[in-house]
Design a binder for this molecule. Structure first.
Ligand code: ZN
Length: 625
């Protein structure tokens, strides 16, 4: 294969190759009038198409980034090939036989086998493996397929094969077809130890193809118990033609449908891709032994059509377990522009598309995809779901964490809609949510670090007792003042204290003090006991609680504690508790399903009772004081 390609042959390749055919393997093109076609540029990020192809002139040009040239330039650029490799590739497709001329030795042929030899070796290997699937040795492989409702025709459609257990079968086959050992190794099919051996042995194989349909590698599943390689799946390792960060299983079958429907479905495995396609979800693809990353997103973008400025939908299917949710967060932490067009389809029973199709049929698979929810909403409801929304502090924490997430959305046009959703989930007023989101965005680090914040946002519900507000905070005035009375003047409060309970104290340390009082026999136990404060203090092991008791014992009261003063504090304490409970019930009402009339009415009844109780307390407060 040495030597320079003849100019006449290069011209013939240009002539016989339609540039729009080649480009549309990577970019969804639409007619732009005047014999031109346009699509989203694969070489730079853009929202509206400025990438133009003129088939009659055989040229492409992007008005956005200035990339342009003929079909050979395009293939060189998009697949990272040199000139000779790009010509070879196009020649192969258009049936042009390249003849080479030896010249002065100044040619720059690439080291190692030519790309087309690697493609050819993989093509021959795929045919070989597919034939092996019919042999007696492949019984287990065929059983694996039939257990999943994949018949012979389906296996043939997807090109599935079987790698014989004996370790040199493919090696001998390829050698018989004239491939060198170097070509087989570089194609990822054969490895060399003491001698050459097949990479895949005794496994069920899926050919992994690029968008144009060329086989570039394989995914191999373990099917024999005595397989010495434990890994359930093996994939071709990185080669000149197989880049695992970019390959998407099924893209050759899905790309047209992805372009047509402007939607791509990402599933987790080869059998899931098959199940989806058979069920009528022709846009399904899967990564091959690696997490979905930015490179995969870039590949998909080329195919997703641009509709009215929206970039289409990318739907991730998850089986609803914690791993799936983690994967969602990972997807969320990546490319933010991509995240806003990202959706999640979760199967409530935890079935992947393959199992779903077996157990519930094709319609269920289509339904799974149809019931997708935006990724942000999915993550947001996971975050909010960690908190007890029946409690005021739970709602505050849920709002704060949810707001941090919403404020990380770069697509500012969506922030308001998500703030409203957050408010609905937590059961709060939308204005409150908007205000919290604004506060959260001010707390955010400046742009470069901003992306990180999104990844770390859904932290576990921060241990609520770690960072306590100060007991001296004004919002605890009433609780603190009441406990000062309890510790310093138990007699004045005496029998009135029967109306107080631990729920009246929202600060955990103050609540702990009250619980010590109750455990000691109630406020009455302190009457006439000079060592009352000391007794309470010694009853706790918690140094924070102990020192708080000392502080309560020495802090000056606002005035000398007469009956009106004491009653006033006790009423205010109870009024605050009533107010909190009213907010709790209101929030539950906002989240309740109005269709459940009984539950709805019960909540309304509870609300009315609480409001009347609170009014009563307020009347007493306004009274004789
Ligand atoms: Zn461009």
């Amino acid at each position: 294969m040495a030597g320079r390609i003849r100019e006449e042959d290069i011209a013939e390749v240009r002539e016989k190759t339609r540039i729009d055919d080649v480009v549309s393997q990577y970019v969804t093109l639409r007619n732009a009038g005047g014999g031109s076609q346009k699509g989203l540029c694969p070489f730079h990020d853009e929202k509206s198409p400025s990438f133009n192809v003129n088939p009659s002139r055989g040229f492409y040009h992007c008005f956005g980034c200035g990339a342009g040239g003929d079909v050979i330039d395009f293939v060189m650029k998009i697949d990272g090939l040199n000139f000779g490799e790009a010509v070879e590739r196009l020649a192969e497709k258009s049936g042009v036989v390249l003849r080479r001329i030896d010249d002065d030795g100044g040619d720059h042929r690439p080291k190692g086998p030519q790309r087309n030899r690697l493609i050819e070796a993989n093509r021959v290997a795929q045919e070989f493996y597919a034939e092996q699937l019919a042999t007696p040795d492949a019984l287990t492989a065929r059983q694996f397929l039939s257990e999943r409702d994949f018949d012979q025709a389906v296996a043939a459609h997807f090109g599935i094969g079987f790698a014989p257990r004996e370790g040199e079968a493919l090696f001998r086959h390829l050698r018989g077809r004239g491939f060198t050992q170097e070509e087989m190794v570089e194609a990822g099919l054969v490895a060399v130890g003491r001698s050459a051996y097949d990479r895949f042995r005794g496994r069920l194989l899926w050919p992994i193809r690029d968008a144009s349909g060329d086989t570039i590698g394989f995914g191999a599943r373990r099917i024999f118990d005595d397989d010495r390689i434990e890994a359930k799946y093996l994939n071709t390792s990185e080669t000149k033609i197989y880049k695992k960060s970019q390959v998407l299983y099924g893209i050759d079958l899905a790309r047209r449908e992805i372009g047509r429907s402007s939607q791509a479905v990402i599933v987790e495995g080869y059998t899931d891709v098959m199940a989806c396609h058979l069920a009528g979800v022709g846009t399904a693809v899967a990564t091959c032994g690696t997490a979905f990353g930015d490179d995969h997103a870039r590949v998909l973008r080329r195919f997703l059509d641009d509709r009215d400025g929206s970039r289409g939908e990318v739907i991730f299917t998850f089986d609803g377990d914690a791993a799936g949710q983690k994967a969602a967060l990972r997807a969320f932490g990546g490319d933010q522009n991509f995240a806003s067009q990202t959706y999640v389809a979760v199967e409530p029973d935890g079935l992947d598309p393959c199992d779903l199709r077996i157990k519930k049929g094709d319609e269920a698979v289509r339904g799974l995809v149809a019931d997708r929810v935006p990724l942000y909403r999915f993550v947001l409801s996971n975050v909010v779901g960690k908190y007890d929304l029946d409690r005021a502090d739970g709602r505050v924490d849920a709002l704060r964490e949810g707001a941090r997430l919403v404020s990380s959305i770069r697509d500012k046009s969506k922030v308001d809609a998500f703030s409203r959703e957050l408010a609905g989930m937590v059961g709060l007023d939308p204005d409150e949510a908007r205000a919290e989101v604004r506060r959260a965005s001010h707390r955010r680090p400046p742009e470069p670090g901003a992306q990180q914040a999104a990844t770390t946002a859904p932290a576990p519900p921060a241990e609520p007792r770690r960072n306590l507000p100060s007991v001296a905070d004004p919002r605890f005035d009433v609780e603190r003042e009441t406990l000062m009375l309890v510790v310093q003047h138990p007699m004045t409060i005496g029998r009135l204290s029967s109306d107080i309970g631990p729920d009246d104290f929202t600060h955990p340390v103050l609540r702990a003090v009250w619980e010590l009082v109750a455990a000691a026999g109630g406020v009455g136990a302190g009457v006439g006991d000079a060592g009352w404060a000391t007794k309470l203090r010694e009853a706790t092991d918690d140094p924070v609680v102990a020192s708080t008791i000392s502080a309560l014992a020495v802090a000056p009261l606002k005035k000398s504690p007469d009956a009106a003063y004491v009653t006033g504090y006790l009423l205010r304490l109870q009024e605050r508790t009533a107010t909190r409970r009213i907010a709790d019930v209101r929030s539950r009402l906002q989240r309740a399903d109005p269709a459940d009339a009984d539950a709805f009415n019960a909540l309304f009844g509870e609300l009315a009772a609480l409001e009347s109780h609170r009014r009563h307390l307020l009347d007493q407060l306004a009274g004789p004081a």
